[in-house]
Design a binder for this molecule. Structure first.
Ligand SMILES: CC[C@@H](C(=O)O)C(=O)SCCNC(=O)CCNC(=O)[C@H](O)C(C)(C)COP(=O)(O)OP(=O)(O)OC[C@H]1O[C@@H](n2cnc3c(N)ncnc32)[C@H](O)[C@@H]1OP(=O)(O)O
Length: 290
């Protein structure tokens, strides 16, 4: 279940191809960089590395197309508990690859990129597992928008996030504006987007844009930052996958469905884990919450 506008998914063009698939096929020609997915079936934690450091991990068209495939793999990953998205070499992402952008710099070209990235990021947000954007260096433009499609944002002490679009004469185009209003409220979202300023970790935490700041790693020690992110995430992922995924389902339902429908979904998510292995194990133990 997601808020993904499924009409676009089923809107077919002349040769029976969905609009999104048509855009994905076109975008695979805009080369540069790669996204790497690794999944650990034992821990249930996946990792997506944005790998185009020579362009500060900007997303080329082919990477936008790859992201769609990666999300499909995660949608089908039944052992999944969480996914951490980060950039290579201690830099999150500089947003859309300007080389790709220069090839699509008319209204229809922008709309097609927006349709693809809206589909990608709505499906990312709807994944039945926890998603974390681990921000080192900078998250700019579409890179900042990518973070808003994750359930949590974690920043390293020196990192910055900037919805810089207004400085390029454009608005958010990957759904980040809508999600910012949902996260921060209209007033703070306007401030963040209208200023286009770079927001440091301390302020981002203070305004509720990020949920955790990693401050006990040496500067540029990305291995330490990733390890500390896993430690932080463990307070959630130490629980069983079925219940974690059900709770994410309840939250997604409440995000996108009318209340009466979301409440009906909550009954079903509840029933799906009630009496299950984790519940039976807990009932059979001397439960003490400290
Ligand atoms: C809907 C959103 C979407 C859109 O509107 O289409 C976007 O996201 S548009 C892109 C928004 N991002 C930016 O405007 C970032 C612009 N870049 C910068 O501000 C800086 O490059 C940086 C990211 C802060 C890094 O600065 P610095 O560390 O000083 O390195 P360089 O500036 O020398 O960059 C290294 C290298 O990387 C190339 N680069 C950086 N960002 C991009 C990008 N988004 N697309 C393509 N290439 C990018 C930069 O050109 C340098 O390459 P060389 O000149 O070949 O060394």
């Amino acid at each position: 279940m997601n808020n993904n506008n499924s009409a676009k998914k089923v809107k077919m063009n002349g040769n029976g191809e969905s609009v999104i698939d048509n855009i994905r096929r076109e975008y695979s020609d805009y080369k540069g960089g790669a996204l790497q997915l690794t999944k650990d079936d034992t821990t249930g934690i996946a990792d997506i590395c944005i790998n185009a450091f020579e362009r500060r991990n900007a997303l080329s068209g082919t990477m936008m197309s790859q992201l769609s495939d990666i999300i499909t793999q995660l949608e089908q990953w039944e052992q999944g508990k969480a996914v951490i998205i980060h950039g290579s070499n201690g830099f999150f992402s500089s947003g859309g690859d300007l080389n790709t952008v220069r090839n699509i710099d008319n209204s229809d070209g922008g709309r097609r990129m927006a349709l693809l990235m809206h589909d990608n990021l709505s499906r990312l947000q709807a994944l039945p597992l926890l998603s974390v954007a681990l921000i080192e260096g900078k998250a700019l433009g579409g890179g900042a928008e990518l973070t808003t499609a994750c359930d949590f944002r974690v920043m390293s002490r020196e990192a910055e996030i900037g919805f810089v679009h207004i400085k390029l004469g454009v608005t958010t185009g990957w759904g980040g504006g809508t999600r910012l209003v949902q996260m921060l409220g209209p007033c703070k979202a306007l401030d963040v987007m209208m200023s286009g300023r770079l927001i440091k970790a301390a302020e981002a935490l203070n305004i509720g844009l990020v949920q955790h700041v990693i401050s006990d790693c040496d500067t540029n020690d990305s291995n330490c930052v990733l390890s500390k992110c896993h430690e932080w995430l463990n307070s959630y992922t130490r629980h069983n996958a079925a219940t974690l995924r059900a709770i994410k389902g309840i939250v997604n339902s409440a995000r996108w469905l009318p209340t009466d429908e979301a409440l009906k979904k909550e009954v079903e998510y509840f029933a799906s884990v009630w009496g299950g292995p984790a519940h039976q194990k807990a009932l059979g133990s001397n439960i003490k919450h400290k």
